[in-house]
Design a protein around this ligand. Structure first.
Ligand SMILES: [Zn+2]
Length: 494
């Protein structure tokens, strides 16, 4: 009899036997580790009340419905069985449709199974062995808003009554209405000529953008979110022809822009009425499957930056032997940490601070620290580069780069595209942290100029001034696989 159930590590909804036409809910992949390494399975088929509910082919190119499935090597990824038998180390599962969308979003790069497992391992678990990414999976689950503080909110198993939850069983991969939506917007020839005519009519000598040819203005607009580009059109007549620019509307379907979820349409060079396609794929116009895909795609866009973070390997970085590191006799170690108990835990223990259990499974709060790093701060420190990652509706500090006049810099943690440079004036006097149970969300730097603005995501997060220590000699951090975890973040000072 089936013992295990998995929540899809990407979309949050169960891998389950649902509606008879919702086959995609049963098709899954396991991402897992063994003593030999990290792997992605082929496509398995969840069986309800079966001894082999989570059996899947070992080879990622194989599927449960292959003609030769009976002769393929398979593995049972049932998490309870594996905890007993210890054949696998860590197992996470996703719907095959969700994994395919993640592959699409990562192109041209491949997904590293090791990176995926390590990130999942560093996160607390929500229901059904599903990593808790810090969001409510696009509105399909309810947060408990009535007990505890905002930073204590827990994911509940119950589906919410939101519109998104109405579509959770709709196949986000194969959507029958898409061929018809695309067919409606096929066009024989482009209307580039009409754009040129309009451009010639609206040239404004006092408009700074008018010194550029239309192709350059179009390139600027293509880099912007649609709302920003349309605002630009409202404020500058040089962008007036944007509404009839096929190249601009085609760019809305590229990775990172708001219609990227329509993965069937990545050939943006073809002739098509792209504006009509854009209008036909608004949320209200979309068929149910596309609504569910849009929800999942938004979740995936949170995961891609974590999978793509620059590794600390191979670059100049802080020492990783912090556990063995001895600070000098005169130094004082100041610790900032966020072992925040939930309300129920506080009620049981009657105390405000206590160690949080780091049980491998059923972990509800905090992140697991995989590595510790430290570096001495140079006397001629010139700047700190603070890297952040977004997770859910907030974000976290994921790396710090310390730069002096004489060095290129020492990296602690990860570098991300979302990096702020803070130029240190005279001397570093400490930090004020907005610190969540899963990591550091925001930081204020204290230097000769006083206190900086908040850098990061301080909203609804407890603040500590324990690291406002006047003189800092070393920085030591605990790192999980995506963010600077806070269950062991230490800064040394004299
Ligand atoms: Zn899924």
């Amino acid at each position: 009899m089936a013992r295990s159930r998995y929540g899809c590590a990407i979309c949050g909804y169960d891998i389950r036997w649902g509606r008879s036409d919702a086959v995609w809910l049963r098709e899954f992949r396991a991402i897992y580790s063994t003593a030999d390494g990290y792997f992605i399975s082929g496509v398995g088929h969840f069986k309800f009340q079966s001894e082999n509910s989570f059996r899947a082919p070992i080879d990622p190119t194989n599927r449960y419905d292959d003609d030769d499935y009976d002769s393929q090597l398979t593995e049972d990824f049932d998490i309870y069985k594996n905890r007993r038998n210890r054949t696998l180390c860590d197992v996470y599962a996703t719907h095959d449709a969700c994994w395919s969308l993640l592959q699409e979003a990562m192109k041209p790069n491949e997904i590293s199974p090791q990176r995926f497992v390590d990130i999942c391992e560093s996160l607390p678990l929500a229901a059904l062995f599903c990593p808790f990414w810090g969001h409510n999976f696009g509105g399909i689950f309810d947060f408990d808003l009535n007990s505890g503080y905002p930073w204590e909110r827990q994911l509940e198993k119950n589906l919410s009554k939101s519109e998104a939850s109405l579509h959770v069983m709709e196949d986000p991969g194969s959507i029958p209405e898409i061929p018809e939506i695309l067919a409606k917007t096929v066009q024989e020839s482009s209307n580039t000529t009409s754009v040129r005519l309009i451009v010639q009519m609206v040239v404004e000598p006092k408009d700074c953008f008018s010194i550029f040819p239309w192709e350059i203005r179009e390139m600027i607009a293509k880099k912007l979110p649609t709302s920003d580009a349309l605002n630009l059109r409202s404020s500058s007549r040089s962008f007036y022809p944007l509404l009839v620019s096929p190249a601009f509307w085609a760019s809305r379907f590229e990775v990172g822009i708001d219609r990227a979820f329509l993965v069937e349409k990545r050939n943006v060079a073809e002739t098509r009425d792209w504006l009509a396609l854009y209008r036909n794929t608004t949320y209200s116009q979309s068929p149910p499957g596309l609504k569910n895909r849009r929800r999942i795609w938004d979740l995936i866009e949170n995961i891609v930056p974590l999978l793509s973070l620059s590794s600390i390997e191979g670059s100049e970085h802080g020492s990783t032997n912090a556990l063995d590191h001895e600070t000098s006799d005169e130094s004082v170690l100041v610790l900032a940490e966020a072992n925040i108990l939930t309300k129920s835990e506080r009620d049981r223990s009657g105390v405000r601070a206590a160690e949080i259990s780091t049980t491998k499974y059923f972990q509800n709060q905090g992140c697991r620290v995989f590595q510790k790093q430290y570096t001495s701060l140079p006397k001629d420190l010139t700047s700190l580069a603070l890297s952040f990652v977004r997770l859910g509706d907030s974000g976290y500090l994921c790396g710090i780069r310390v730069t002096s006049q004489d060095s290129k810099g020492i990296q602690l943690g990860y570098h991300s595209e979302d990096t702020l440079i803070f130029n240190v004036d005279k001397r570093l006097r400490g930090f004020i942290l907005a610190i969540h149970s899963q990591g550091v969300r925001a930081i204020q730097v204290l230097d000769g100029n006083g206190k900086s603005e908040w850098l990061g995501f301080p909203k609804d997060t407890p603040v500590t001034e324990r690291l406002a220590v006047e003189n800092i000699e070393e920085v030591q951090v605990g790192i999980d696989w995506g963010i600077l975890a806070t269950d062991d973040a230490k800064f040394a000072s004299i």
